[in-house]
Design a protein around this ligand. Structure first.
Ligand code: MN
Length: 311
């Protein structure tokens, strides 16, 4: 995705309300945002109430889109730095092309993990033979130890699947339900896709050292005495061992978790940095087409322009 929300504020994590482990869930209503040339999506992170969960600093839910009638996703080449993009689909198909020469389709059940490091560029497009598109894209802030390294791209064709009591769990990152996801990241995080076709009740194990976010994509869940439906992100601070959840039929949700990220990050447009000078240098390098981000081959059309400059 490309973060092209029509505002230019820099997001940092110092201005969020503090939540202690006495409060189990903070309810965060996702915001509408535009990506590419104006496609509307729901953005869960960053949010004025919650900038980051573990090292997960960006969380978009897109679709379901009717690709034939609305054109679906078409995001021209744009740069990233200091983050991993983490793409996962519920339905449909996307073509990813990047400046390393990767040309990769992704379908449901797979993960595309792009490690931007010091700089990479990519494009993302719907594919016409898959008429409906729905999925998520997350960004993980890279730690200081690796964030200036060379970029890379990895496609994971399969992730572990656990089926229990009519619920399908796909382990996308980290260790969950005694399974380990293959996705390689440097921070201690987890990600899980939960899908229930029938009404059911589960007890999800939590790592007490992790904070968590649950984003409902479809259907609804009942948790801690209230109903949560599509468009709501539930944040839970560290200190909990499990959470009982009642799930309505035809529900999908994504649960992300991680150790609270110790480094202060700045997020602006498609960049994760530590200070404004880094942002301005990245912006300069993209606008002046230096060799930092490289050229995306395989996309018909021009590059994406940044939305002004950081405030
Ligand atoms: Mn992107």
């Amino acid at each position: 995705m490309s973060n092209i929300i029509r505002q230019t504020e820099v997001s940092d994590s110092k201005d969020c309300p503090a939540y202690t482990n006495k409060i189990k869930f903070q309810k965060i209503i996702t915001r509408d945002a535009q990506i590419g040339d104006g496609l509307m999506i729901r953005r869960a992170l960053p949010h004025p109430e919650r900038r980051i969960i573990g090292a997960w600093c960006f969380f978009d839910h897109f679709g379901p889109f009717d690709v034939k009638h609305n054109g679906g996703l078409d995001i021209p080449p744009h740069p990233h730095m200091g983050l991993h993009t983490f793409t996962y689909l519920i339905e449909g198909k996307i073509l990813h092309c990047d400046s390393l020469g990767s040309i990769q389709h992704i379908v449901p059940g797979q993960v595309n993990l792009m490690t931007a490091g010091k700089g990479i560029a990519h494009s993302e497009e719907s594919v016409a033979d898959a008429p409906v598109l729905q999925g998520v894209q997350l960004w993980l802030a890279m730690p200081d130890t690796t964030r200036n390294e060379k970029p890379k791209f990895t496609h994971y064709a399969e992730v572990p699947v656990v089926k229990e009591k009519g619920v399908t769990y796909r382990i996308l990152a980290g260790d969950v339900l005694n399974e380990t996801a293959p996705t390689q990241v440097e921070t201690n995080v987890s990600a899980l896709h939960v899908h229930a076709e029938e009404e059911t009740e589960i007890l999800l194990p939590l790592n007490p050292e992790f904070e968590y976010g649950i984003l409902i994509l479809a259907g609804s869940i009942h948790v801690e005495g209230f109903d949560a439906t599509s468009g709501l992100l539930l944040y839970s601070p560290v200190g909990h061992k499990n959470v009982p959840i009642k799930i309505k039929p035809n529900t999908h949700f994504i649960m992300i978790g991680g150790e609270p990220f110790k480094e202060e990050v700045l997020l602006w447009w498609n960049f994760v940095a530590r200070d404004k000078n880094e942002m301005m240098q990245a912006l300069y390098d993209w606008e002046n087409n230096t060799d930092r981000f490289g050229e995306v081959k395989g996309y018909k059309g021009g590059r994406l322009n940044p939305p002004g400059v950081p405030n």
